[in-house]
Ligand binder design. Structure first.
Ligand SMILES: C[S@@+](CC[C@H](N)C(=O)[O-])C[C@H]1O[C@@H](n2cnc3c(N)ncnc32)[C@H](O)[C@@H]1O
Length: 337
């Protein structure tokens, strides 16, 4: 089968070298969100559903950590998310990321937005966090713990740096959503105008593990798209057959591999308890709630500014994040130290 052949070919022919996720991809990204994040990169648009969802998530992290006016840690902030949004309501936010590039991007975004109570620091993947025990009132982790080489170690570190009684709010990418056809995918990351990386995902859903292979090509993202189009190939995984990769081989600059653990809600809850948290509370998410609220309001009744949307959402999200959700749905989780 083609899908197996491609992965076997990459492993056997290119012998990719193992690396951490920051080396695999995050250190090569100008923006993780393609500069699409509302408020961080674009003006808030109250007519856009997903801008409401974004606000719902920001308020979720704020309220679930009980972070108003407090000192918060954002683990793996990427482009500064959620730290840059939460900083307006917190005392101080510190973002820690394994990718030096991400740290620079976050700091630049905060500077550009005039946010002075958010700072960003680098900590190498796998190393202890550069903070004393019991430093933070709350910790936010958005799709980041599962990107670390040893998520259980990361959870122990997050517990260590939290004050007793402090709360970790964690969002994570469980793999259940990729069942039925999305187990194997490809993504083309543009690195600069002469280079891109083909990223092949091989998700082992029941094992809660994703094997990722990255082939850096001496071609731009557009060159790759043009090539696929000229040969009438799909831009999806099916377009990248072994014969095409053989032809592209002279342009392959390097091949890397990164394996990640992607816990389901149930697994993560068990890990959080093991890591030392005294209470684990799976609960509803402020983001999806904000989306549903957007849908339920007729257009003329929707508030028309960022401040008014936040004013409407805030008291509701405060309640929503306390409402339990079944672990089988892989919901957001609050863990109390
Ligand atoms: C999927 S991105 C999420 C970014 C952001 N929180 C968001 O939700 O948009 C994962 C982030 O975790 C960071 N990361 C990966 N491994 C890490 C580690 N060991 N320590 C700290 N950050 C790490 C990556 O560099 C990246 O910024």
């Amino acid at each position: 089968m083609n899908t197996v052949d491609v992965f076997d070919w990459i492993r056997e022919t290119l012998r990719p070298s193992a690396c951490t996720s920051d080396e695999f991809i995050y250190d090569d990204m100008d923006s993780q969100s393609c500069r699409s994040l509302p408020v961080v990169y674009r003006p808030f648009d109250p007519g856009e559903r997903w801008h409401w969802v974004d606000r719902g998530h920001i308020l979720d992290f704020l309220f679930a950590t009980r972070g108003e006016g407090k000192q918060l840690l954002d683990f793996g902030p990427g482009d500064g998310w959620p730290s840059v949004g939460v900083a307006r309501f917190a005392g101080e936010v510190v973002g820690v990321d394994a990718s030096p590039r991400r740290v620079e991007v976050c700091a630049e975004n905060a500077r550009r937005l005039g946010i002075s109570n958010a700072k960003f620091v680098h900590a190498p993947a796998g190393a202890p966090l550069p903070f004393e025990d019991a430093t933070f009132d709350g910790v936010m982790a958005a799709s980041s713990v599962e990107q670390t080489p040893d998520p259980k170690f990361t959870l122990r570190e997050l517990c260590r740096v939290l004050k007793p009684g402090g709360r970790l709010r964690i969002g994570y990418e469980a793999l259940g959503a990729y069942r039925n056809g999305k187990e194997r995918e490809i993504w083309v990351l543009g690195i600069d105008n002469r280079t891109c990386r083909l990223v092949f995902y091989d998700r082992h859903i029941d094992e809660e593990r994703a094997d990722q292979y990255g082939l850096t090509l001496a071609m731009s993202r557009k060159d790759v798209a043009d090539l696929l189009r000229s040969e009438g190939r799909p831009r999806t995984y099916e377009g990248f057959t072994v014969d095409l990769l053989e032809r592209l081989r002279p342009r392959i600059l390097d091949a890397r591999a990164c394996t990640l653990r992607h816990p389901s809600g149930r697994t993560l809850a068990a890990w959080l308890t093991e890591a030392g948290f005294s209470e684990v509370i799976p609960s509803n998410g402020g983001g999806p709630f904000a989306g549903r609220l957007f849908d339920s309001l007729p257009e003329e009744r929707r508030p028309r500014s960022l401040e008014a949307v936040e004013e409407l959402l805030a008291p509701l999200v405060k309640i929503v994040v306390e409402m339990p959700a079944p672990l089988s749905l892989d919901p957001m989780i609050t863990a109390v130290k």
